[in-house]
Ligand binder design. Structure first.
Ligand code: SF4
Ligand code: SF4
Length: 395
């Protein structure tokens, strides 16, 4: 790199406030940007769970399951709740969630049709995504979802076939790997982004490379993003299988090794340090989660826990204590976050983890101890993708 290039790079880093002058108050700057995003009203993000039922019976699943589906009346009230807020909005994002949302396809078709039409009337952009276990995502369903502007899909695979089929099972105990892979093979050509989530604990972490090989064999390598997340022992997710779950420190030590394996297998990393100044969406004024009862929450993790709801679509939304605690959760109230060099890329992590522990300090995870290595791996992954794109191997 010559001197002129280095000067230009330095200038760019300064423009982006990655390098700052000594007299610049970075904390104040971060706070202003964070508040701007939190209280912005141009975008409305709604997660809708048309049902809390699920066709799977995974041993580690903590989700609040109930054979409840959204009634036509609650669908109508949910549409009204959204419509009321569309006047000042330029983007509406809907995320279909559950339970397993594809158990209630008719509700999705019906609500999506109305929401798309309302967005047209308000001159507002509509887009959607879905978290699904992938079992009911046959080609016809995928095409219909795409027709209704579903662009992003997240599906969970917990390992190669023999591992996944022990963990992600139907209610009757049957494995689900083959059907999901078949559905994914179609889905990758239909949606803009298919993300595979792998829930990791001590029993499947060593099989991650095998899963990647299996996805490569099925021709999925260059068409998906891999994302993995640990099942931690300090969450209710792991109450019954605590000995298999990671502590924050154990997982942190494993993280770079996992990243390396993914990069070495030629996969695109779906996890890298980016600006998180906007903070988690759950702390944003215009982000809501609505369950089949019409109860409104701020975070996916508490869906169905009525004591945590902030309101219901049948009533005007109030600033009650449950609501306010999310809007005013502030990582800058913690001394360790204020002093942390990762603050702009972390913003205190997951507020839910802190709230459920009575506002104790956030638990630092993942990159805090190995940021340098992670950045190097991300750069390696970036170069790999660039080379493959230039050679026409990746689109
Ligand atoms: S890494 Fe830890 S200290 Fe730093 S911002 Fe995140 S939670 Fe706070
Ligand atoms: S609070 Fe945590 S679990 Fe809830 S949406 Fe935010 S990051 Fe996710």
């Amino acid at each position: 790199m010559n001197y002129k290039d280095a000067e230009m790079d330095l200038q760019k880093l300064k423009e982006k406030k990655i390098i700052i002058d000594d007299n610049f108050n970075e904390i104040q700057y971060i706070k202003v940007l964070n508040l701007e995003q939190r209280f912005a009203t141009d975008t409305l993000m709604i997660t809708v769970a048309p049902t809390l039922a699920c066709n799977f019976s995974c041993p580690y699943c903590y989700e609040y399951k109930r054979k409840i589906r959204m009634t036509p009346d609650i669908q109508k009230k949910t549409i009204y709740f959204i419509d009321q807020r569309l006047k000042s909005v330029t983007n509406l994002g809907i995320w279909w969630y559950g339970g397993e949302p594809l158990l209630e396809k008719k509700i999705i078709w019906n609500m999506a049709e109305q929401l798309i039409s309302l967005c047209k009337q308000h001159g507002c952009k509509y887009s959607a995504g879905m978290t699904t276990n992938g079992y009911l995502l046959d080609k016809r369903t995928a095409l219909k979802l795409r027709e209704q502007e579903v662009l992003w899909i997240q599906v969970t695979l917990d390992g190669p076939k023999e591992v996944h089929d022990k963990r992600r099972v139907l209610i009757n105990g049957k494995g689900t790997f083959d059907r999901i892979i078949e559905n994914l093979t179609n889905a990758v050509d239909i949606f803009s982004l298919v993300k595979i989530r792998v829930n990791l604990d001590k029993t499947n972490v060593n099989q991650l490379p095998e899963l990647l090989d299996s996805l490569t064999e099925h021709g999925l390598k260059d068409k998906i993003l891999i994302y993995y997340a640990p099942v931690f022992s300090n969450t209710s997710a792991c109450q019954d299988i605590a000995e298999n779950c990671f502590s924050g420190n154990e997982y942190s030590r494993l993280e770079t090794q996992l990243f390396r394996e993914i990069v070495e297998k030629g996969y695109v990393l779906a996890k890298h340090p980016i600006s998180a100044i906007q903070g988690c969406g759950a702390t944003h004024k215009n982000t809501f989660v609505i369950d089949p009862y019409g109860d409104i929450y701020k975070c996916l993790n508490i869906i169905g826990f009525k004591e945590e709801k902030i309101g219901n679509v049948i009533l005007p939304l109030e600033y009650n204590p449950n609501h306010l605690k999310w809007l005013f959760w502030d990582p800058l109230s913690y001394k360790k976050c204020q002093d942390c060099r990762l603050l702009p890329a972390c913003m205190g992590g997951c507020p839910y983890q802190t709230l459920r522990r009575n506002f104790q300090e956030p638990e630092c995870r993942e990159w805090k101890d190995h940021l340098g290595e992670m950045l190097q791996l991300n750069y390696k992954s970036y170069l790999q993708q660039k080379t493959e794109k230039n050679s026409g191997k990746r689109v």
